[in-house]
Design a protein around this ligand. Sequence first.
Ligand SMILES: Cc1cc2nc3c(=O)[nH]c(=O)nc-3n(C[C@H](O)[C@H](O)[C@H](O)COP(=O)(O)OP(=O)(O)OC[C@H]3O[C@@H](n4cnc5c(N)ncnc54)[C@H](O)[C@@H]3O)c2cc1C
Length: 414
Amino acid sequence: MARTDVIVLGAGIVGTSIALQLAKRNMAVALIDRASPGEQTSYGNSGVIEGSTVMPPAFPSNFGALLRVALKQGSDANYHLGFLPWVAPWLMRFRAASQPAVMEETARINRPLFARSIAEHEALMLESGATQYLRRNGWIKLYRSDAAFAGLRRELDLARELGVPVETMDADGARKLEPSLKPVFRHATYSPAAVSLSDPLAVTKAYAARFATLGGVVLKGDASSLHRSGNGWRAETAEGPIDAPEVVVALGPWAPDLLAQFGIRLPMGFKRGYHRRFKTEESAPLTRPVVDVFNGYLITPMRQGIRVTTGVEFAPRDAAATPVQFDRLMPKLDALYRIGPRAEDRTWLGSRPCFPDSRPVIGRAPGQKGMWLAIGHAHWGLTLGPITGRLLGEMMSGETPFLDPKGFAAERFL
Ligand SMILES: Cc1cc2nc3c(=O)[nH]c(=O)nc-3n(C[C@H](O)[C@H](O)[C@H](O)COP(=O)(O)OP(=O)(O)OC[C@H]3O[C@@H](n4cnc5c(N)ncnc54)[C@H](O)[C@@H]3O)c2cc1C
């Protein structure tokens, strides 16, 4: 490559989408990762493009729910005891952001990103030849108790106000959509406008391939090699050093490691999550993602079988896997759906990179000229990758951004 305008560090769905959006704006981009595109967090997720999501996740709001988590009785959350002192400050901030008024404010700030997330994916999928992985049939959330369903009222009101279609139904209604579900639940919501992917890894790889056809280069390299060089930046790669005036950090849960080298400390926490793959039972077809809300797991049909993903685990990012949530959720899942045998022994583990206010950081890095950040996409990185790329592309090329990016600035933590 004769000249490089931008180095993008991290080829997950976020970094790859950014690289593609920048290349579409005629920038010469090098996308650098120590692995191949899409193989980390962006591989193992639930595949939902959550354009219809309104409310961010919340810290347990009542004593009973908190006690259930503390006693490790539920399958929705797990934690490593020794990690609690480390994560406590983050949890306190997350708890503060879970006050109803703050959550509603977060929902309103995030909405413009979510509202355009599906259209932006669809545009990239079309030009990348990846539309075969797209399912336009929404997703379903199941509620086993009247109380849990009643607690949704504010969220449903807000969805209506923001123009997000959500249908409520009883078990019969949900079973018309997914007849394989057994009626162990009482209520459901159906988000018809949401879409999902049958192979998230293939989609990121298709975006990377499209990026390459536009002249972008994908290189192997360690982001920790990034350093100042003249007025710009240099990163070492397997092909030699790459220099560029601007760099985008899109390292997902590994971003804090690099940012610490440059004195940038942001309150990123990690909500670890697991998946297991099961064979599809021909007699139990499933056509879209289904969430068992109280039990905190999701089942979804993927090209490679049924994927079951877990809720959150608070543990050090790099600690060994402790997939105990599967022991707790499998009896609930067996009662709900005839799941086939395991398709592989492996349990996949990934870390959702989360800021306590459930908003990503998208914009300039504080105090580092020519450095941009696109990190902390939490439960929604797959959803928000392409629209993040568009926003950053607009900001970096001096166009008027489609939204006011202030709500996503890193400065809110400084
Ligand atoms: C169980 C689970 C289910 C989820 N379900 C959904 C869902 O349904 N919908 C949704 O929208 N989101 C979902 N998410 C969240 C989503 O997967 C993440 O937000 C998203 O993948 C983050 O993307 P990313 O590109 O920021 O990070 P990553 O995909 O992790 O990419 C970061 C990249 O940086 C690279 N890297 C790291 N360190 C270095 C280094 N030193 N040098 C070079 N390269 C480096 C890595 O190799 C990696 O490729 C889920 C997450 C989990 C764990």
